[in-house]
Each structure stands twice: as structure tokens, then as C-alpha cells.
Design a protein around this ligand. Structure first.
Ligand code: CP3
Length: 336
């Protein structure tokens, strides 16, 4: 098996850094769009045959060093008896939306083996057919809670922010419940075959520093401590919070592009891997520019352990496929 990712996460020496991309299977890929035309997103996430085929697309088309499970952070709400909808416009919605503390008290955990069995089936299908590590994932409790509380007009975070200010006890109750369900979910993913997990606390950046210490970090820490495979943490503005994220001791931290990677490498202890952190917008430049920028960062990271090449956030649908291919190829050729 190609074990570059596992070695980089263990901060061991590697012949070259591993490369994979957040949202590596997505609408920027013609082959993905062809599948998407025939099936709804909900169906793609819930059908193991489709989800497994989509998970493998980037291995076949880009030759990346890891696969990431094709699923969504919001399916976890099905383990709390709620539904997730993916309307064609307007972003995903949790139903029913949570409006009161009484609703939180009534949420009932349905064992993930039962409520999310299709995810584990996808993992087993993929694992039989790949020779690179498979990354499982879930959302950070705060981020998932924000979708439960602000399902409509998520970008405003109106109710989430209100609960942070006025209803912290109930919010903690919800976060505790999500943490327990998420730990069970990640452990079952590992049982089914994932080698590494990434926690996407994407929206933890809406919290101020002190709130981040109260409503996000302790829950992420609890999840990291419960796992016996490497855990990577991701959140927006991670480069501003490198020190705080390092304190909860994940195997790796996925960084945004607001600081240079070699500087971030120095801010984080040598036992923690750093992942990232190219601006996805960079992939809209010419191939020559992409090659030059990638080579320059790789040179700055030469001989540094614990480095995983990725973007600072997901590939967007408007990025040309051949540019993503050029990005991956440049990393793979740089050291040969
Ligand atoms: O990285 C991967 O390729 C793995 C699959 C993956 C998806 N979602 C598939 C998906 C992962 C890791 C996620 C995580 C996720 N989902 C996050 C955290 C990461 C981040 O981007 O910050 C969040 C906040 C969500 C919630 C979500 N799901 C939103 C806001 C949307 C709509 C916006 C969008 O990007 O289109 C989704 C839908 C979704 N999840 C798509 C994919 C590939 C869009 C697919 C499509 O329209 O065909």
C-alpha cells in the first residue's frame, strides 16, 4: 500500500510529501457531473455503490495519495433521528430544524451501525479496491450544531450565536450529544476500514478566541483522545489558531493560506503534521504559474517532516480539471 500519508502523519521521513485534495471528487470533474446528472445528491450519499465509485474517481483520474470517503458531515443527524436534505439550491438543510431546548432534550441517539449502515458499507466496498489510505471524516460538533440550529440562512448563524450568548447550557448539551455520536461514528468508520480521520469544524471561525476554547476545542479534544487512528483537524482560520489547535494534539492540522507553510511548520511541534495550504483560487491561474507556485512551496518545505500537500479549503466547481491534474502531477514529479 502507498503509505506516504500515514508516514507523513507520523512525522516520519518520506521520499516526497503525499498529496490529496479536500473535495477531490466534485463538480469540477466531468465524470462526477455525469453521475450527478443521473442522481440526486441525497441518493449519491446514501447508495454505497455510487458513493464508492465517486470516492475512487480521484484515484483513477488524478493519482492522489489518499482517498476520502464520499459522504457529507451532515448525515450524522440521521443518528439523532433527524433528516438531511440537499435541495438543488440554497445549501443542505436539517429537518426538523432545532429551535428549542425541549427539542434537544428529546433527541435520541440511534446506534450508528443501524442509522448510518450505508456509510460503513461504502467504506467496505472502497477498501477492497484501493491501495492508498482511506480517509474517513465527520463534522466538528459546533459546525454540525450550527446546521441544526441555523438550517435556513446558515450564513447568518443567527440562532447559533444567540445560543452561544444566551443559552450556553443547552448548546453544551447538544454539543455533548453530537460528540458522543461522532465518536461512535468515527470508531465504526475505523472498524469498517478507514485508516485516518479528518474532523471538519469548518465554521468554528465564527467563534471568538474565548468562545472557541469553550464551544469547539474541548469537544474536538475529546474526539481526538477517543480515537486510535491519526486524526487531522480542519477549521477556517486555522492558521490564526495554530497554537490552540496544537494543544489538543491531533496527528495533523489542516491549514488555510493566510500564513506560509514553512512558517506554520515552525509554529507547530515537530510531532504534529501540517496539511495544506494552497489557496484554491491559485488553481485558476495558468498551468505554468501553478507549477511555479507549487515548486516554490515544495522547495521551502524540502527535508521538513510531517507535511501533507493539500489546499486550504475544498476544490470549487469553477476550477478547470486539467489544472488540478497539473497541481497533483507537479507534486509527484518534483522529487523524482
Ligand atoms: O472532501 C471530499 O471530497 C469528501 C466529501 C465531502 C463532502 N462534504 C461532499 C459534498 C466532505 C468532506 C464534506 C464536508 C462538508 N459538508 C463540510 C465541511 C468542509 C467544508 O467544506 O468546509 C460542510 C460545511 C458540509 C456541508 C455542505 N455539504 C454544504 C455547505 C454543501 C453545499 C455547498 C457545496 O459545496 O456545494 C454540501 C454539499 C456537498 N457535500 C457537495 C459535496 C461534493 C456538493 C456536491 C454537488 O452539488 O454535487
Amino acid at each position: 500500500m502507498n503509505d506516504l500519508l500515514l508516514k507523513a502523519l507520523a512525522c516520519e521521513a518520506v521520499p516526497r510529501p503525499p498529496v490529496w485534495l479536500m473535495r477531490q471528487a466534485g463538480r469540477y470533474m466531468p465524470q462526477y457531473r455525469a453521475i450527478r446528472e443521473k442522481h440526486s445528491l441525497w441518493e449519491m450519499f446514501h447508495r454505497p455503490d455510487i458513493a464508492a465509485a465517486v470516492t475512487k474517481l480521484p484515484l483513477e483520474l488524478l493519482g492522489v495519495d489518499a482517498a476520502i470517503l464520499f459522504s457529507d458531515i451532515l448525515v450524522i443527524v440521521e443518528a439523532l433521528g433527524l433528516s438531511i436534505l440537499f435541495p438543488e439550491t440554497g445549501g443542505p438543510r436539517v429537518e426538523p430544524a432545532i429551535k428549542t431546548g425541549e427539542q434537544v432534550a428529546l433527541l435520541n441517539y440511534i446506534p450508528v451501525e443501524e442509522s448510518l449502515s450505508y456509510v460503513f458499507e461504502t467504506i467496505r466496498c472502497v477498501k477492497r479496491e484501493i491501495d492508498v489510505p482511506l480517509i474517513g471524516f465527520c463534522g466538528g460538533p459546533f459546525t454540525v450544531a450550527s446546521y441544526m440550529l441555523d438550517s435556513i440562512n446558515h450564513a447568518a448563524f443567527e440562532q447559533t450565536k444567540k445560543w452561544v450568548r444566551e443559552n450556553p447550557r443547552t448548546l453544551h448539551q447538544l454539543l455533548g450529544l453530537l460528540t458522543e455520536a461522532s465518536i461512535a461514528y468515527l470508531k465504526a468508520q475505523v472498524e469498517a476500514g478507514v485508516d485516518v480521520v479528518q474532523i471538519f469544524d469548518s465554521w468554528a471561525n465564527v467563534l471568538g478566541d474565548e468562545e472557541f476554547e469553550v464551544f469547539s476545542l474541548p469537544y474536538l479534544k475529546q474526539m481526538i483522545e477517543a480515537m486510535n487512528v491519526p486524526v487531522i483537524v480542519f477549521c477556517r482560520s486555522s492558521s490564526l489558531r495554530a497554537g490552540r489547535l496544537a494543544k489538543i494534539q491531533p496527528a495533523g492540522i489542516s491549514f488555510d493560506w493566510h500564513l506560509p507553510m514553512d512558517e506554520l511548520r515552525q509554529k507547530v511541534p515537530p510531532t504534529i503534521a501540517v496539511q495544506g495550504n494552497f489557496n484554491p483560487e491559485m488553481l485558476k491561474k495558468t498551468k505554468d504559474q501553478i507549477t511555479t507556485e507549487v515548486k516554490s512551496v515544495l522547495t521551502s518545505m524540502q527535508n521538513k517532516r510531517g507535511y501533507i500537500v493539500n489546499l486550504g479549503h475544498g476544490v470549487t466547481p469553477d476550477i478547470p480539471f486539467e489544472n488540478v491534474h497539473c497541481f497533483v502531477d507537479t507534486v509527484k514529479k518534483h522529487y523524482s
